[in-house]
Design a protein around this ligand. Sequence first.
Ligand code: NAP
Length: 522
Amino acid sequence: MDLALSSTLAPRFLPQRLPKVCLAVGGDTIEDMLATAESLARENPFLEFRLDYLKQPLAAVPKIHRFLETHQYVTAIGTCRRADNGGKFKGSLAAQLEVLTKANAGGCQLVDVELQSALKAKPEAIAKLRSRAGLILSFHDFHATRKLDDTLEKMLKIPADFYKIVSTATTLSDNVAMMKFLQTHSGQHSLIGLCMGEQGIISRVLGARAGSAFTFGAVDADADLKTAPGQISARDLRGIYRIDQIDAATRIYGVAGDPIGHSLSPVIMNTALRRENVNGVYLPLHAKTLKDLIHCVREIPLHGLSVTMPYKQAILPYLDNTDAHTTKIGACNTVVRGAEGKLYGFNTDIAGILRPLEQRLSIENAKVLVLGAGGAARAAVFGLKERGAEVWILNRTAAKGQKLARQAKARTLKRAELKKVGFDVIINATPVGMGNTRECPLKDDEIQARVVFDMVYDPVETHLLQVARSKGIGVIPGVEMFVQQAARQFEIWTGKPAPVGDMLRAVTVALQERAAQKPPKN
Ligand code: NAP
C-alpha cells in the first residue's frame, strides 16, 4: 500500500480515531529512535517522531518510512521543532518544511508546525503541506500559562486540522485556566491543550476530560527519556489514571501536599475507583500554597481531596464544617466538596489506626503505648481513648508528650519505666525506621507486647516489625493504616465499601517496586 497516498485520506477521520495518548519519541540517532519506537509501538500505536533531535533528519526519513510500512497500525506525527521554539532544529524554514513534507510522504499522517514557523512561511507552503498531511499547528509557552484565547485567535488564521497549545504551569491554578480554555473552545475546534512542568501534571489527565483531542505521555517515568518536563508515563496514564475512560462526567479527586511526587495515594485510590466501577480519577496535586490549592478545588472542581503534609492543620480555616475527629485532633486529612461548593473536613487517620487493631484484639481496656506526640500520634491517642483503651505516651520531647496526655486524658511514660509496664499494644507514631534503614525506636528488650503496630510503611517490614515478629509478637505494618485511612476516605466520597484487599495489594506491589529501585541503607 502507498502510505503517502493513504495518509492523504487520514486527516478527515483522525479526530475520532486517534488514541488518547501520543508518545513523543526522541533519540540521538535514528537507530536509537527506531529501537524506542519498536519497543513501544505494540502497546502505544500513536507516536510522535521528534526529527529535530537527529543531526540529519532528512536522511532518517526513509528509515522511518520502512518502520511505518512494517507497523501499519501506528499513527505517526512528524515533528521538526525549531531551536527558537523549544526544539533542536537549527536549519532554515525551507529545510524544516522539507523535512515535514518528506516525513508525510514517508508515512507520518500528521505533521506538527509551530505557529512561529507557519507565520513566517508563505501561506501556500503551509496549505500545500496540509493538502497531504493532517496539520497540527502548535504553540509552546515555556514560561507561563497566559493569553490562551488570544493565542488561539492568532492560530485560527492559519487553517489546520489541530490547534495545539502547550503552556507552562507554575501554579495548580494554571491547569484550571487550561481546562476552562479547552471547555470553551473544543466544541468548535480540534484542540490539544496541556500544561508542562510538575505543576501541570494534572492537565495531562484533565485535558482529556475538558476536550483535548489527545495528550502526550512520557516513554517511561525516567526523566532522561521524557521529551517535555512534567510528563506522566503512557503506562501510568492508561493504567493508573485510565485516560481512555475519562469523559466529561468523570469525578475528580486528588491528594494535595508539598512535596507530593512520592505519594502512593494515586496508586491505591485509582485502584479502588477502578475496582468499584466509579467514574472518577484521583490525581497528585503539588500545592505550593493553600490559596492555589483551594482555588483549584473550587474551580476544577474537585469532588474529594486527601490532604497531607504540610497542610493538615493549615487547611482548617478554609473548611465550612468538620467532623468531631478533625476538631479533636486539630488536623484534617480528607475534604469533601458539597454540591453547593462548601468544603467539609474529616479525619480518617483514626479509622486507619482502629480498624487494623480491632481485627486483632479488643480495644476497650487494652493497654497501649504510643511512641511520638505528632499528628499521627494524636490520632492514635484520641481514637484509642474514645474506644476505652488505657493509653501511655512516650515522646522524645517530653513536654509535647505531656501536653497531649493532658488534652486526651492519657498518661506519659519515661523511657526508663518502659519495662515496668506490660502493654497489649505498642504503636510507633514516629518516623524512626522510615526509608529502608535499620533504625528502631526501641531496643530489642524493650519490645514486649501482644501486638506491635508500626505506622511507618516504607519499608513495609521495618526493623521494629522484624524484631517483634522474631519474638512471636503480632505485627501491624503501616501499609494497613495507609490502606484503611484511604478506605475510609473512599467510603466518605463514594458511599461504597472500599475494596481493601485490592488496595493493599496495589500499595504493596508499588512499595516493592520502589524498594527494588533503591539500594538498601545500612
Ligand atoms: P510529626 O507530626 O512530625 O511527628 C513526629 C513525631 O515523631 C514527634 O513526636 C517527634 O518527636 C517524633 N520523632 C521524630 N523524629 C524522632 C526521632 N529521631 N526519635 C524519636 N522521636 C522522633 O509526624 P506524623 O505526621 O505524626 O507522622 C509520624 C510517622 O507516622 C511518620 O513516619 C509518618 O510517615 C507515619 N504516618 C503513617 C501513616 C500511615 O498511613 N501509615 C499516616 C500518618 C503518619 P518530637 O516531638 O520530639 O519532635
